[in-house]
Design a protein around this ligand. Structure first.
Ligand SMILES: C[S@@+](CC[C@H](N)C(=O)[O-])C[C@H]1O[C@@H](n2cnc3c(N)ncnc32)[C@H](O)[C@@H]1O
Length: 322
């Protein structure tokens, strides 16, 4: 894994590409280290695809955010399509794609079609802090057409929530370089607020790009909520190799937690609610067939750095045109 990463790093020096190489390495490394905890999320993502192809079928299938195919259910999905197009911004994914027989197109690009440009522009800002904040929040009005390609079916595979994260990470690095760690840390709420409109725009453009590509079948899998938890008794921690369930749970009534556990919940995808009515706004040509959601104990307390654990709530939405 490391050898492949280093070889890719030698070939790709553009910071816009290195960003995705690092992200890919991080995902692969964590998926191995935390395999017992990630297994259920990966299985639920694959199961949602198996349910989707009970009626989704056609010639071309496009997968956005294909990555290392960790969460792709090839055996269930591929028999329903003739040609496969895999898309990801990380050029090191190619190694995981080669073995797929139906692979007709491998595309390495930024599906937002603007993130790299936005971050490169933000690196050129020269104004003081208030002007920098206004310039960042102005990205909320920069409507851009995201990558969109005709196909019969489209699978957006755990990539939507990454778009605002890449925006945030890119701008944070710029702010730290320009204003210094202490100054930026003291104004965290302010710069996070300034980033939100642009993040929201990235999410909305992804949905609009699906509408304009007009595949008959869509499966959208994405994080919808993030939860960070802490324990009163710091000694109670998880071990990487020994599965134990998370100390929190979710139902339609909301979140619940074991006693002695405190939680902070924040929306993923910039509070864009994925409900029947919001789908009819962003994807007016589609109807929601079904949805499922589950928890991903992405960083159990004690298995990675820091004094908190992290759980994502992930949802899958199956949509059909017409
Ligand atoms: C959380 S991973 C999803 C897991 C992935 N399906 C896998 O099995 O490795 C997100 C994937 O989206 C890709 N990604 C993130 N932002 C992207 C962008 N703007 N354009 C294209 N791909 C992007 C990353 O490179 C990564 O492979």
């Amino acid at each position: 894994m490391l050898f492949r990463y280093l070889a890719a790093r030698l070939r790709h020096r553009d910071p816009a590409v290195v960003r995705y190489l690092n992200m890919g390495l991080g995902i692969e490394r964590r998926a191995r280290l935390l395999a017992p905890f990630w297994a259920e999320h990966l299985a639920r993502t694959r199961a949602a695809q198996a349910r989707w192809v009970e009626n989704a079928t056609g010639d071309w299938l496009t997968v956005l955010g294909a990555g290392r195919l960790l969460d792709f259910n090839g055996p269930a999905v591929l028999p329903h399509f003739n040609q496969l197009r895999l898309v990801d911004a990380d050029p090191s994914c190619g190694a995981s794609w080669q073995r797929l027989e139906k692979l007709a197109e491998s595309i390495c690009l930024d599906i937002s079609a603007c993130l790299n440009k936005w971050i490169a522009e933000a690196a050129q800002f020269r104004g003081a802090w208030p002007e920098t904040m206004s310039a960042i929040s102005a990205y909320g009005t920069r409507a851009e057409a995201a990558y969109s390609v005709p196909s019969d079916a489209l699978l957006s595979l755990n990539v939507l929530s990454q778009l605002p994260i890449v925006w945030q990470d890119g701008v944070e690095a710029i702010l730290l370089r320009r204003f210094g760690k202490h100054f930026v840390a003291a104004r965290e709420e302010e710069w996070l607020d300034a980033l939100r409109p642009g993040g929201r725009m990235l999410v909305e453009q992804h949905l609009r790009a699906i509408e304009s590509a007009s595949p008959r079948f869509v499966l959208l899998v994405t994080d919808v909520e993030y939860l960070e938890y802490r324990r009163e008794h710091l000694g109670v921690k998880y071990q990487r190799r020994h599965f134990a369930p998370p100390p929190v749970d979710w139902s339609t009534a909301g979140w619940s937690a074991e006693s002695g556990v405190t939680c902070e919940v924040s929306p993923a995808i910039e509070s864009v609610e994925l409900t029947k009515s919001s789908f009819s706004h962003f994807l007016p040509s589609y109807r929601l067939l079904w949805e499922e959601c589950w928890l991903w104990h992405i960083s159990p307390l004690g298995t990675e750095e820091g004094d908190s654990g992290k759980v994502h709530r992930v949802a899958a939405f199956a949509l059909e045109a017409g």
